[in-house]
Ligand binder design. Structure first.
Ligand SMILES: Cc1ncc(COP(=O)(O)O)c(C=O)c1O
Length: 388
């Protein structure tokens, strides 16, 4: 007899992961000495964890002290250090009791969604979007509602777009800087959205994973704008610690205990060793700022070069992504990216992952790889588009 599978088993793939596989396969077939594949498909810093974080992990391992479960919300010293980070970066006073350490931002999403929403609840976000928002909500029986956002709003939601939703959604996810567009909500826009959410009983979930990676516009945290917002953040991007799997949430008072109970049951705790390293990463600013200076230089090179080749770029305000409108080059970004990998040796992500309706004429470049590679990519694409 056929066995049942759950509706969660129907979660679609994250197509960029397939591009990573294709880029690995291409690299493996290259003869020795051939130019390597330039990786612009992955949203992962090429640098490892900062030296101070690695040293703290090494010291903890050599001390022989047991690395067991921590409290579900994480080590107290890390929660206190995160609270200090809010004072240092944003001038916001937060009680460490509202901070939950999680298994990356990815581990925070199911906790936040399950605590804040019921199956059937409608949760809005701008399209293009980070695909797991939609896929996790859908797996949990919630209903993602996409707000088509274009270059005129820098691919971000606005109060006007939200007000046009009838009925208003139960929740709204925002990300600033965002993935894939690399754009930001400016402080007054973000404040207006937070006010609109509070006035309409809409739970605001703010993914702040790219905070610290912003180039011109200042950042503002939702924790300063609304006492009912859930803030999600992570050590993966600014702190360059993707593989350590540690992130955090700032919770509104009403969700602290519900999220704690969920976290106890779903994850028990984030990895102990990663929490020790993460706490030390807060003291590694010079190294992290050097990474950002490198991203900025790569961004500047690509922003100058790509539009001349037919890639129309949105404003590159933050994170390490460029969202390129490629309608002058193709109407099938998936095939275009496959050809670009095969012929130019540059891997990038087709837009279909991030915007199912319009993604076939967009693609995403990630510029967090080695600086020399990013400059070489501009040159390779210039040669390729000239001959293609
Ligand atoms: C917008 C956004 N949110 C969350 C995540 C997940 O990050 P983490 O490594 O903390 O799970 C990513 C990863 O790329 C991301 O781009």
């Amino acid at each position: 007899m056929a066995l049942k599978t759950g509706s969660g088993a129907a979660a679609p793939p994250f197509i960029v992961m397939d591009v990573i596989t294709a880029a690995n396969a291409r690299q493996a077939t290259l003869p020795p000495g051939a130019p390597h594949v330039i990786r612009m498909e992955v949203g992962q810093p090429g640098t490892g964890a900062p030296a101070g974080a690695v040293a703290a992990a090494q010291a903890a391992l050599s001390s022989g002290a047991p690395l067991g479960y921590t409290e579900a919300f994480g080590r107290r010293s890390l929660r206190e250090r995160i609270a200090r980070h809010y004072r240092d970066w944003y001038g916001v006073d937060l009680s460490p009791e509202r901070i939950a350490v999680t298994v990356g931002a990815s581990g925070a999403f199911p906790l936040a969604f399950l605590a804040a929403f019921n199956p059937g609840d409608r949760v809005a976000m701008a399209a293009p979007f980070y695909p797991p928002y939609v896929n996790i909500l859908t797996a949990l029986g919630m209903v993602p509602v996409l707000i088509e956002a274009g270059p005129e709003t820098r691919f971000q939601p606005t109060v006007e777009l939200l007000a046009a939703m009838d009925p208003p959604p139960d929740g709204l996810i925002v990300a600033s800087p965002c993935n894939p567009a690399g754009t930001m909500l400016h402080p007054e826009e973000f404040a207006a959205i937070a006010r609109w959410c509070d006035a309409h009983g809409v739970r605001l979930i703010s993914d702040e994973i790219y905070h610290g990676l912003h180039y011109d516009s200042p950042i503002v945290t939702a924790a300063a704008l609304s006492s009912s917002a859930v803030v999600v953040n992570s050590f993966s991007k600014y702190f360059s610690m993707t593989g350590w799997r540690v992130g955090w949430m700032v919770l509104p008072e009403d969700l602290v205990r519900p999220v704690e109970c969920l976290a106890q049951n779903l994850f028990i705790s984030a990895p102990h060793i990663a929490q020790i390293a993460a706490e030390a990463a807060f003291e590694c600013d010079p190294e992290l700022q050097a990474n950002i200076a490198r991203y900025r230089r790569s961004r500047d090179v690509l922003v100058a070069a790509l539009p001349r080749l037919g890639f129309k770029l949105g404003p590159a305000e933050g994170a390490f992504y460029l969202w390129a409108d490629v309608r002058d080059l193709t109407n099938d970004s998936e095939a275009f990216c496959a050809r670009m990998l095969a012929e130019a040796g540059v891997a990038a992500a087709p837009g279909v992952d991030f915007d199912r309706a319009r993604g076939s004429r967009f693609m995403r470049f990630s510029y967090c790889g080695p600086e020399a590679d990013m400059a070489a990519a501009a040159q390779r694409l210039a040669n390729w588009t000239a001959t293609g």
